[in-house]
Design a protein around this ligand. Sequence first.
Ligand code: ZN
Ligand code: ZN
Length: 415
Amino acid sequence: MASVLQQLDEIRANQENLYRDLHAHPELSHRETRTAAEVVERLHAAGCEVHTHVGGTGVVGVLQNGDGPGVLLRADMDALPVREETGLDYASAATATDAAGNETPVMHACGHDVHVACLVGAVELLARSTEQWRGRLVAVFQPGEEVADGAQRMVDDGLAEIAGKADVALCQHVLAFPAGLVGTRSGPTLSAADSMRITVHGRGAHGSMPQAGIDPVVLAAMIVVRLQTIIARETQPGEPVVLTVGSVQAGTKSNVIPDRATILLNIRTYDEDTRRAILAAVKRIVVAECDASRSPRPPEFELLDQYPMTDNDPAVTERVAAAFDHHFGEDAGELPLLTASEDFSDIPRALGIPYTYWGIGGTDPDLYRQAETEGRVADDVPVNHSAKFAPPIQPTLDTGTAALVVAALTFFDEA
Ligand code: ZN
Ligand code: ZN
């Protein structure tokens, strides 16, 4: 393992250049064409069999190095519609047209540029040391993580055939804790997320004549309040569950009773039974409230983006955690339960293989420790999706690259 990682010194400068270039040229979900082209060039140079346009802009690099276990490593490539405020000399000034046709600034505010640079670097290191391991390396560069469907699009476009023999899937995310640290977690790690649009119907009328109408504003208000009883009265106390109504829209004028109301809600869960129970309870309550309000038409439910739960396989996680302990020493620890969500697990689920997903630090360690000392972590440490999220290039890239290599070598056969 040490001899594989020794070559990091030889690729580091080039990898840092790639990172700065990716950071300065972020692309929105499913538009990652420039990023994909950069990846393709480097995978070819490393000697990979390269598959392009997998699920749109997705790229897969395969390195078959004798007989042995198949290890799938995944990085996501997309950026966010955020105006960068990091002040870095390689900050993004990019803009793009979003799906709604609006011009928007674009930034790698979730650190997916870190993921791409680390995975490219890991492939290069493993390609340079094929005499050290035996197996099949499958490097997946996924589009559209931020819109929750990129992994599924790759699966639907034949990822299983391209991946071929894959026995385990591994993935990492840069997070707002000190750079240089890595964190693993067994079992549920990231929440499932379900977003839903609910439309309820009333009957429009003059605001002075409520008896002539059926008021969807009052109906929506009842629904919003009653939905909170699902968490308060129907789930087990202490179970981590979130139900947020993020938008309620009805009417435009004070003296007009509108004919409909629209509610947008988001649900986060860590247990499939709980998730199913909550979704069923939402429908039950909405239908019953519509009935109670004499709604003239049944409500409509539209599921928007949905993220699966990330539920790390205990055996795989144990092996990776042991390897990290050995390699990183005190810099390896446990990741807390996160309320964020990811679509990575759609890939191993479709392939029928176990997986683990770990975190790497992406905050300047001095800045983090000072904020911690002053009790100001929440105030002073920019998190993912913040316009100020700015992972220091090092030790972030070295750590993320080493983590992928160490984890992959844990599963490959020794040569
Ligand atoms: Zn994100
Ligand atoms: Zn992300």
